[in-house]
Every structure is written in C-alpha cells, then in structure tokens.
Write a protein of this length. Structure first.
Lengths: 510, 432
C-alpha cells in the first residue's frame, strides 16, 4: 500500500532505510567525497530515518576513532561548513567501523554479524548498499567475499526488498576483456539492476541539463543534426598534473582515465536520440545506440584521426610546473599519454558526416569541460566582411568550472557603416540559481539508495566504450614511440591543432 | 496628483535604472534576471523592517524588485498584537549593507560582496520612513538601488511610495518599469483582503501572488484563495506558511513509509502544539497541517473546542488536538512546536518536536532543531534534523522557485473551505 501522505510533496521520491557499507573507508574518496556527500544529505533532510554507514578497511580502529576521522574529513571537504553540531550529533552514532582485509573470508563473516546488529538497532530493515571505493584489483576479492558470506541475494527486479546493491567506481576494467570479465563476475553474484557503475560526471547538474536543454526546448532540437551542425567540439581540460598519482596514471593514461568514460558520456548525451521516457533503461538504450554508431577506428584512421601528447615543463596559472616524466612514480622514459585528441564520426542518419572532435588532457591552459556545437555558416554572405566571412554560431554548454550555456552570434556594430561583431549571450547557472548546488556524489548516492540507475553506466555501455577505444590502445601498444610533447600551460601538442587545421577548422579556446 | 508628476518620476527612475544597468560601475556584473518581484506594503510600521527582506531576496534571486509602500490603512483590516510581534522578528540579521553613492565610490577598491548603491546623484535616506518624512508636498516618490547578488550578478530595487488614494497610479508606474518577458510576482506584505482596491490594483497583470498567512491570518488567505479561483486569468496563489510546512510534511510522511502506511487507517489521535499566540488567533500553520492530513486521508474535518475531529472514509473518527505551549523569546506566535501521531491503541507513536528556544542566534529568529522519533513496539528510530534558517527571504526564495500553482495546496485550502461551509450549514440548521 502506498503512503498517501507522500503524494504531492516536493520531495516525492522515497529513500528507503538502508546501511551503506564502504569498502576502502580509509581512502581519499571516502574522506573527500563520500562522507561529505552523506553528511550533506543529512543536512538537507534527504536521508531516511533508518540509516547507518559501515566503513571497512585494513587496520584496527574503534567506531569512535572512525567517527572522529570522518568529522575532520567532513569539516574539511563538505560544501556545507562549518559542521552543524546538532546534525553531527545525530549523524555520527550511525557511523561504524569494521577492520579487515578484503581477501579474507573472516572479514565478511564479521561484517555479516555486525550488519545484523546494526540493522536491528538502526532500523535499516536489511537494505544494504555496498560501495567499492577500492582499486580494481580488489573488486574480485570483495565480490566473492560478499557471496561467500551470504551477504548478497541476487534480484531480478529493482523493487525487491530487502535490497542489496553494489556501487562500483571507475575504471570498469582496463580494456574490453577485463570489463567483460568484471561484468561477468558482478553478474554471477548480482542482477544487473543491483549494480550501479558510477561515473561521477553524470551526477553533475549541467550534464543532466544537457538532456533538459535538448529535449525541453523546441528551439534547438530541430537544428541538432547534420543539416545545421558543422561540427562538435568536446573538451575535458585540466590544468593540474597527476597530483601524486603517478603510479596510477602510468598504467592508465588520458585515454583510459578520461576519454573512455567522461568524454564518451558527454558525446553520447550530445548525440543521442530522444529517449521514449526518462526511465533508466530508456536513456541508456539511446546512449548505447550512439556508442554502437561510432565509426570504428582502424590502424590507418588512428594515425590520421587520433593525436596523443605528454606534457613537458611549463607555466600554469603563473607557476612553473615540472614535466610529466619528472613527476614522482613516473618512468623517466614514460610513453604514457597525458593528452588525447581525436576526430570521431557518429554514423547515423542524424549525424552522418559531422565530425565530433574530442580532446582531454592534463596540465593544459585552464580547467574547462564543455561541449560546443558549431553551426554551419550562412549559405551566402551579403555583408562585406573580411577574414573569411561571418563567424558561424556556436552554442557552448560549459560543465566546469562555471556551469553555463553561451550562444555566439553576430550583430551590427552601432554606426553609419555596416560593421559586424560577434557577441555572446551567456547564461550562468550560478547567477540564476545560486552556486550551492548538490555535489554529484550526493545525487548519485541518493539515486542508488532509491534504485534509480538512470545516471549510472550499464554493463553493455561500459563494454561498448572499451570496444571503441581498444583499437587505439592496441595501435599505441604496437607502436610504442614516445608521444609528441607539449608545454604545460598550452592547449596540447601541435599535432592536435593540425588535426583540425586539416579539416579547415580550429579548436576553441574555452 | 497630476499625470506630469508621475511621468517625471517615471522618467527619473528609468534613467536611474539605465545608469545602473548600462553604467560602468557594475559593468563586470551579470545582468541576468529571473523575474520581477513586486513587494507591496500597506503599513509603515512594517515597511522599514521589510526592506532588508527585499534586499536579501534580491541578493538570492536575480531580479528587479519593487518595494511599494502604500500609505494609509484600509478600513476594517485586522491588526493583532500577534502580527506586530511576528513582524518584529522580520529582517533579523540582515546580511546586506546600504551604501550611499559617496560610500560606494570610497569602497570601489575593496569590491564589497554585498552592497546596495544609489543610482542617482544624491544619497537617499535609507528607510521608507525617512522618505515619507520628506515633506507634505511629496505625494509620490521613488528611488533606485543596486543590489549585488550572491552569484556576482546584479539585481535592482525600485522603491516607490505614495498614498493609498493613488494606488492605481503606483501600480501603473510599476507596470511601466517591470522587466519585459519575465514573470511578475506580487509579494503582499501584511494582511490582505481580496476586495481591497489596492490589492486588486497590483494584481492586474501578475502571474502569482505570495502571501504569508502566518502574519495575515487564515481568513485573509482563504479570501484571497477564493478570489484567485474565480477566473483563470487571476494570479496563482502561494503562501509562505504553507511552504514552511514542507519539512514537517516530509518528516510526517516518513512516519508512514515502508510498510507502515496501514497505520493511517487506525489512527487514535493526532496532537499538535504551537507556540502560544493571542487568544482568538487561529495559527494558520496548525490549520494548514491539519487540513493537509485530512485531505490526504480523504477525511472530513469539523472544529471542536480542543481542535478538530476528523472522520475518515471508513467512518472512523479521531481527534486532532491543538494546544499552545509557552513561547520563548524570539519565537513567533503560532509557530508549530510539535506533532504527535498515536495509532493502534497507542502501540505506535510518532513525533516531531521542535526545540523551542534553541535557535542559532546568528542565523535564525526561531528555533529550528527538530527531533524525529518513531516507536512501533519493536523498533525505536530517532533523528535530529536542522531546518533551514527561518529568515523570510529564505522562504520567499524557496517559494518563488516552486511551481506557480501546487495542486496539493489548492486541495488543502478547499478542505478548509469545505470545513467552514459545513460548519456554517450546521449552524444555519441549528438556528432554523
């Protein structure tokens, strides 16, 4: 029987009581993102009455010591500061710690015992959400441990109670085979509807707004095709380096770290057809269609359409920064790419012949993530203008750091003569809605508790993403020459600019 | 008053607004506006305090805000000690500073985050009271101020003041200055009556009217509601007291989530308490909360000496008691203090209790810590919840960002009207 008091309320969707079990509770992700997100949900009254968190990692510590650590982490990283003592006093008793090695059966036997006690005292009704905030190498051990201890029951429907769900952090494998193996392992233990593969980009407001912008405004969608769009530029630029994660980055590189997931997700949301509804599978079906429509890259195309690079020393935001190869835990002769640019085609009726240029990199000129739709030029220039005619319109959706939508168009400069000038209509989210929007992890954790997988990556989606980038990885492996260098603080190697120049285009400067 | 004087005033205000929008002083500010907010205040005692609310709201919500002070109270308007006590609590801890043009110049280098500046040449008196004291010959006056928004944008505030007899002129002046293409939202400050000419003058072209029945009273809310329902062209109605109930409704609904909703069919009693108000003042928070419960249960309501009696569709009747509790200093009269549900012969109890008197002095005038508690004989669940700051500007911001019309609110007001109508019929038949 549904609860009649819920109907018509602002917060319509119910979050069921549950225990969140975090594997890797001693790690950075827990401190910087997960615990602040859970605390912020408590502040905004979004957590259910029955709620608990169990953190698991190696090394003994008491519940109180764990609470103290989390208090410090929330105080440092929460967007809602200072900590509200009234809320913390209520939130902290729901935090528990369990020491254990992820590969040992004993860890899970103890966890089961602990969960039984906590569930009865905290009223979480046996609902469990396991969060894998651990390196990929630990996933198998944890999943098998959970299964071995009888902590998971396989469900086919999202509405089965009590629920058991699992959130897996990226990367989902390091190539298609390992992604398929990981999916296979998860599939043995969990139903697909119990698995939530997190790509935190999808929790960002502006990324979600891509769908709203396209499908809630009648103005743009009719222009959103090969008839009107000349090309699309997707940029995921960071000004930071590897920030002490040299060992991780040496095994990963920009293609695996950013392009395979974040950039391809942005491409999918930009290129997808309207879903029949906002149901999780309806949206993800459309994204998978885009991934399947991506023109496969053969060895020759890779040479002509994909550029990689690695940063050398340079200046970023006024500071002199060192080269990638001088970063800690990075090989002196490393050939890992810190920059990728590529020309991609979506072979579909809508996008036939329209290039999508994608670039991602570290130590670039500035931090900027955006999708820019470059429209075609007017068919005939009636105004006498130099420099190749009137600039085409550009619609830019900026995802970070400042969420905004801007439209560039041409106007007449006031005066006796016909002088044309480009101007931008600029809509900044912060200016209208305020800047204190929920963090991506808040939205995603809440969605996982509610069982809404719309903003999570499905198994076939993850594999399809790997299927697209794998030939590039293979080509680079076959030809392990060092990537071209670019100065830190620039916009990437010269070859990246040549990639667009060959098509008579150039990169935007975000 | 001559048309020339209004035209001159409008000309000056338009010029000042242009200076603000196009001048160099604020050239680095975003000019995005999300709407026109028209605050109309008919009592001078309220006006001075409310200006800080307008400014805080304009800081939160990029807009053109009008503050219209209509002087001279209408006849027959209710004015209780409670409303003035409540109004005394307005604008606590205002976060904006008012700067004269000279001060603005002096502070240019500092780049203050939140400031208001005069667009004209001379420094104005900051309060409407002072403006009103400008002299008996000034029938209508106006000023323009700039308000930096929280997100580095720019709102503006237009103050217009004039006597009640010229309400239509004032409304027309506002009409001429609203930003085109953007909705006009009327915020009625203080008590209102739908048949009041001033109220109607300012509702000619508004999309929405916002009241606060906690100040204006339930009768005022219901009368305006009935007026808005009479034609589709009338504005939609929102009420701050209703929006403030949101967290209470959410937490109450939480009592009956999961498998507990059947308990709603076996309720024994609901107990509501509120911070003591004047004798005879029916706290709208309690009435709206009660009507919401009745509406969602499909129950009818009738008043009783202790509060209400609800009759459910299955014929089950249960009392809803409404009792006052002592009101600590700083807490507004009528503030909802607790709600308690008892069901299944009291085997199930669920309660939300506000810690009256424990508000954070720097951020809220009212206590805002709630204790949520549920006991069903097996499990006891408890949670502590912090409500948001109880500033009027916060709730206004929340209200403006909600849909123009909320079907649930409409249904709840209809429940209250139906109760009153049934009561009237019963009295008629007794008399007959």
């Amino acid at each position: 029987m549904s609860n009649p008091l819920r109907e018509g309320l602002e917060a319509g969707r119910v979050v069921p009581p549950c225990t969140v079990v975090i594997f890797g509770a001693g790690g950075d992700l827990t401190r910087r993102k997960l615990m602040p997100a859970l605390y912020n949900l408590a502040v905004s009254r979004a957590l259910p009455g029955g709620f608990a968190v169990v953190g698991i990692s190696r090394g003994e510590k008491s519940d109180d010591a764990f609470r103290e650590e989390m208090h410090e982490a929330v105080g440092t990283f929460s967007r809602k500061k200072p900590i509200d003592p009234g809320i913390w006093t209520d939130f902290a008793p729901g935090l528990f710690f369990q020491a254990g090695a992820f590969g040992e059966a004993e860890t899970y036997a103890k966890l089961k015992e602990r969960l039984d006690t906590i569930e009865s005292s905290r009223g979480t009704k046996g609902n469990r959400l396991f969060y894998l905030a651990v390196p990929p190498s630990e996933v198998r051990g944890i999943v098998e441990g959970l299964r071995g201890a009888g902590l998971v029951e396989k469900h086919t429907s999202i509405s089965e109670l009590p629920f058991t769900r699992i959130i897996a952090e990226k990367p989902f494998g390091h190539d298609r085979a390992s992604a398929a193996a990981l999916n296979g392992l998860l599939g043995e233990v969990f139903g697909e509807r119990q698995v939530f593969r997190i790509d935190h980009y999808l929790g960002k407001e502006t990324v979600q707004n891509l769908l709203v912008f396209r499908f809630a405004n009648s103005l743009f969608e009719p222009l959103w095709n090969r008839e009107h769009v000349d090309h699309v530029q997707i940029t995921v630029a960071e000004d930071i380096g590897v920030e002490g994660r040299g060992r991780f980055y040496e095994q990963t590189g920009a293609l695996r770290d950013i392009v395979q997931n974040h950039a391809l997700q942005l491409l999918c949301l930009t290129a997808m057809e309207p879903p029949i509804s906002l149901h999780a599978d309806a949206v993800r079906d459309e994204k998978v269609k885009v991934l399947r429509s991506l023109r496969p890259l053969g060895p020759r195309t890779i040479r002509s359409s994909v550029v990689r690079g690695q940063y050398t020393g340079g200046f970023v935001r006024g500071d002199e920064v060192r080269a990638y190869r001088q970063e800690p835990d990075v090989a002196g002769e490393s050939s890992t790419e810190t920059f990728v640019a590529m020309r991609v085609f979506v072979d579909s009726w809508r996008w036939g012949g329209v290039p999508f240029y994608v670039r991602a990199g570290k130590r670039l000129n500035r931090r900027a993530t955006e999708v820019a739709i470059h429209f075609k030029r007017v068919p005939h220039a009636i105004f006498p203008v130099p420099d190749g005619g009137i600039s085409p319109n550009v619609l830019t959706m900026r995802i970070q750091p400042d969420e905004q939508i801007a439209l560039r168009f041409t106007t007449k400069e006031p005066g006796q003569n016909t002088v044309l000038r480009d101007v931008a209509m600029d809509f900044r989210y912060g200016s209208t809605f305020g800047s204190n929007t929920p963090e991506a992890y808040e939205r995603l954790l809440l969605d996982a508790m509610r069982g809404d997988a719309t903003l999570f990556t499905r198994a076939d989606e993850a594999e399809q993403q790997w299927a697209f980038v794998e030939p590039i990885l293979a080509a680079w492996q076959e030809n392990p020459t060092p990537p071209p260098m670019y100065d830190a603080g620039s916009w990437g190697p010269e070859a990246s600019h040549e990639l667009l120049a060959a098509d008579g285009r150039r990169w935007r400067k975000p | 008053m001559s048309g020339t004087r209004i035209a001159a005033l409008l000309g000056r205000l338009e010029g000042e607004l242009r200076t603000l929008r196009d001048g160099e002083k604020f050239s680095n500010k975003s000019r995005i506006s999300a709407g026109n907010l028209v605050f109309v205040c008919t009592a001078r005692s309220i006006a001075n305090r409310y200006i800080s609310v307008v400014d805080e709201m304009a800081q939160r919500f990029p807009s053109r805000a009008f503050f219209v002070a209509v002087e001279g109270a209408p006849t027959g308007m209710r004015s209780s000690a409670d409303s003035s006590t409540r109004l005394d609590l307005l604008g606590e801890g205002a976060a904006v500073r008012i700067l004269s043009a000279q001060q603005l110049e002096a502070q240019d280098d500092e780049g203050p985050r939140s400031m208001m500046g005069l667009a004209g040449d001379s420094a104005p008196p900051p309060s409407m009271e002072n403006a009103a004291d400008a002299g008996p010959n000034v029938d209508v006056d106006g000023r323009v101020y700039a308000i930096e928004t929280d997100a580095d944008g720019l709102s503006d505030r237009v103050d217009i003041r004039g006597p009640r007899a010229f309400a239509r002129h004032l409304a027309s002046a506002v009409d001429a200055l609203v930003l085109p293409e953007l909705p006009v939202i009327l915020v009625w400050v203080g008590a209102a009556r739908a048949d009041d000419g001033v109220f109607q003058a300012f509702n000619d072209d508004t999309k929405r009217v916002i009241t606060d029945s906690a100040y204006a009273g339930l009768d005022s809310l219901l009368s305006i509601f009935q007026w808005t329902q009479e034609a589709d062209t009338r504005p939609r109605l929102s009420d701050l007291a209703w929006v403030r109930l949101g967290p209470w409704q959410e937490l109450t609904a939480r009592f009956f989530d999961d498998d507990r909703s059947p308990l709603l069919d076996v309720l024994d009693r609901i107990e509501i308490s509120h911070a003591a108000a004047d004798v005879g003042f029916q706290p709208p928070d309690c009435a709206l909360f009660t009507a919401w419960i009745a509406n969602r249960l499909g129950a009818t309501l009738e008043r009783d000496s202790f509060g209400y009696i609800a009759t459910q569709k299955n014929g089950r009747r249960f009392p809803i008691t409404v009792t006052p509790v002592p009101r600590p200093k700083g807490v507004a009269p009528g503030t909802l203090a607790s709600v308690r549900f008892l069901a299944k012969n009291s085997e199930f109890t669920a309660q939300i209790k506000r810690d009256l008197g424990t508000g954070r002095g720097d951020q809220t005038a009212d206590a805002d810590l709630l204790h949520w508690h549920i006991a069903d004989g097996v499990t006891v669940l408890e949670q502590t919840i912090r409500l948001h700051s109880n500033k009027v500007s916060y709730w206004l911001d929340r209200t403006v960002r909600r849909p123009d019309e909320e079907p649930l609110f409409v249904a709840v007001l209809k429940t209250l009207l139906a109760m009153d109508a049934a009561q009237d019929r019963a009295q008629e038949s007794l008399r007959g």
